[in-house]
Ligand binder design. Structure first.
Ligand code: HC0
Ligand code: SF4
Length: 562
């Protein structure tokens, strides 16, 4: 433990890894563009520069705190320096701020405003570079890149992919895939984490909003929405709702108002997933085949296994993801002319995830030759649509989902946080319902923020080893240990994004660690409020398993054809 004097005040520090963290702990918001607590320190933007009592200036992210240090975060010298940095960044940046998709959320724009940069004295001499539209998930605009390297580090350090890197030197320097390829030609899994960490409009979500408005405007089209579990605890961010508050009822109401004919909760098909996946798991256990079972609901993870660990393709569950199950079920339901009422059906899936856009395009996301999910939009696109429609999400009265798929279990809702799929499977396998049973399952070891969790449960006298991981660099570690025989598991749940879908690449960008925690808590609280805790208790499972519309079609609709 030690003390520093920051802007004339004594501030204690313990194990903070750099001065910037101590400054922030003291409640001072020193600006940064390239610093991120979850990534290695790059020290490139120099915006966090401070001055010491000898007039020396240095980047506070790159120095360790020392006892007795005297620091000024807001001196004349420092303010001038920061302003000049932003001016120089803007000089090498395109200036279409008013029409940029990132406008209003761009850190560079915010800093220019905050630091009082009123004009840019230098010419942009950089040649305009082409945009990369090759990915279904993200768009790269090199003209808006400020070389902070956040995308490079998250893709490498957190996701273990390394699809993008720095290329060329000096004023020619840029971030791009190796060998001047398009992003779709790399190992990119479409997770969108680079977009979450990008402070400007250099990497943004590939938007499908226009297609949704078009479908809504067509009177001969029935537009059906499904809303993923994690969307409900993030959509309120842009409307000033408390962080992590469950806004599901408000989102449903907003969609109805925008003209969606039917609105369903993807948690319903998460229940279908557990019905199918736990049956598949028990069958594999009985036969001792294709273990460990690898969960199949995260498309970035599925692509990762297919690309990087092809020997384990057979271990991936054959279950479609809840998104794909639901779309197949909805489409089949409206193939019945009685339900269709002469209209064409378009399924719009609202997801926290950019990789779901890729999943919807995969060849096995078609049934009877028809695309199951027509359009995928992310939570961020949804909030943009709600704003365009002039709906005040904070004020709108709640509405419920529609029938016949309008009820889900709490197990289906917690899918959106890492460990949730596993918890739902265990709820299905363990008999009983009450709070004591649910609490003991929750304490088994699947909850919490750690990147890799392992634990065992006893099922019918047999010990089952389970691993839950999030972040693909963690997934790689787990798979390498399985490959080498160092670890043996029966079930492995992986979500590509750290902490699960609540932190998906399509979510509004969180304000810090507490915000992330609030989203997880929001989903657990939503589960706590629900009377139906597991898929077998969901009365609407009957609509699918015993309904005329779906007789004999479980395999065709709920499992990947190949
Ligand atoms: Fe997820 Fe899902 S839990 S992947 O994170 O399984 O995107 O929220 O919708 O499909 O249900 C995302 C979230 C889903 C799916 C569900 C699963
Ligand atoms: Fe890397 Fe994911 Fe971005 Fe692709 S989408 S470049 S895998 S961080």
């Amino acid at each position: 433990m030690g003390f520093m004097i920051i802007d004339g005040r004594k501030v204690e520090f313990t194990d903070e890894k750099n001065i910037l963290t101590v400054i922030r702990k003291a409640g001072i918001d020193v600006p940064t563009l390239c610093y991120h607590s979850e990534l290695s320190t790059f020290g490139a933007c120099r915006l966090c520069t401070v001055e010491d009592d000898r007039g020396r200036t240095f980047a506070s992210c790159s120095e360790e705190p020392r006892d007795g240090m005297v620091i000024y975060t807001n001196s004349e010298k420092v303010r001038k320096y920061r302003k000049l940095i932003v001016e120089l960044l803007l000089a090498a940046h395109c200036r279409d701020c008013t029409t940029c998709i990132k406008s209003g959320e761009c850190v560079l724009q915010e800093l220019a405003h905050r630091l009082g940069v009123k004009k840019v004295r230098f010419q942009n001499t950089r040649e305009e570079r082409p945009l990369d539209f090759s990915s279904p998930a993200i768009v790269r605009d090199p003209n808006k890149c400020i070389l902070c390297g956040n995308c490079v580090r998250v893709c490498d350090e957190i996701q273990g992919i390394g699809a993008i890197d720095f290329a060329y030197r000096g004023t020619d320097a840029m971030v791009m895939p190796a060998f001047d390829r398009q992003i779709a030609e790399t190992d990119c899994v479409n997770c969108g984490q680079c977009r979450v960490f990008c402070p400007t409009g250099a990497i943004t979500i590939r938007t499908n909003i226009g297609e949704v408005w078009k479908a809504l405007a067509d009177k001969d089209t029935r537009v059906v929405a499904q809303i993923a579990p994690a969307v409900r605890v993030a959509a309120g961010d842009a409307f000033g709702l408390p962080k992590g508050e469950n806004a599901m009822g408000k989102i449903v109401a907003a969609l109805h108002r925008m003209g969606f004919d039917e609105v369903f909760d993807t948690s319903y098909s998460a229940d279908l997933t557990i019905m199918e996946e736990s049956a598949e798991f028990l069958k594999r256990l009985e036969k001792g085949e294709n273990l460990p079972l690898l969960t199949s609901c995260c498309p970035a993870w599925v692509k990762f296994v297919q690309d990087q660990f092809p020997d384990y393709k057979e271990n991936i569950s054959t279950c479609r993801s809840p998104q794909q199950m639901f779309s197949a079920v909805i489409k089949e339901y409206y193939r019945n002319p009685e339900h269709a009422e002469g209209k064409k059906t378009v399924v719009v899936s609202i997801m926290p995830c950019t990789a779901k856009k890729m999943e919807a395009e995969r060849p096995n996301s078609y049934t009877k030759g028809e695309k199951d999910t027509d359009i995928v939009i992310t939570t961020t696109e949804l909030t943009r649509m709600i704003r365009t429609a002039g709906i005040a999400l904070d004020k709108i009265e709640v509405e419920s989902c529609d029938m016949p798929f309008g009820i889900a279990s709490g197990a289906g809702v917690i899918f959106g946080v890492t460990g949730g799929v596993t918890e739902a499977v265990i709820r299905r396998l363990v008999p009983g319902h009450g709070n004591a049973v649910m609490d003991s399952i929750a304490e088994a070891g699947m909850r919490g923020e750690e990147g890799i969790k392992e634990f065992s449960i006893t099922y019918e006298g047999k010990e089952l080893n389970i691993c839950v991981a999030s972040g693909l660099a963690n997934a790689r570690k787990v798979m390498e240990q399985v490959q080498s025989g160092e670890k043996q598991y029966h079930l492995i749940e992986i979500m590509a994004c750290r902490r699960g879908c609540i932190m998906g690449g399509g979510q509004p960008i969180p304000a810090g660690p507490r915000h992330k925690e609030a989203r997880a808590k929001g989903l657990y609280r939503a589960d706590g409020n629900m009377a139906i805790k597991k898929c077998t208790e969901n009365p609407l499972m009957d609509v699918f398993y015993n309904g005329e519309d779906f007789k004999g079609k479980a395999h065709e609709l709920l499992h990947n054809p190949f």
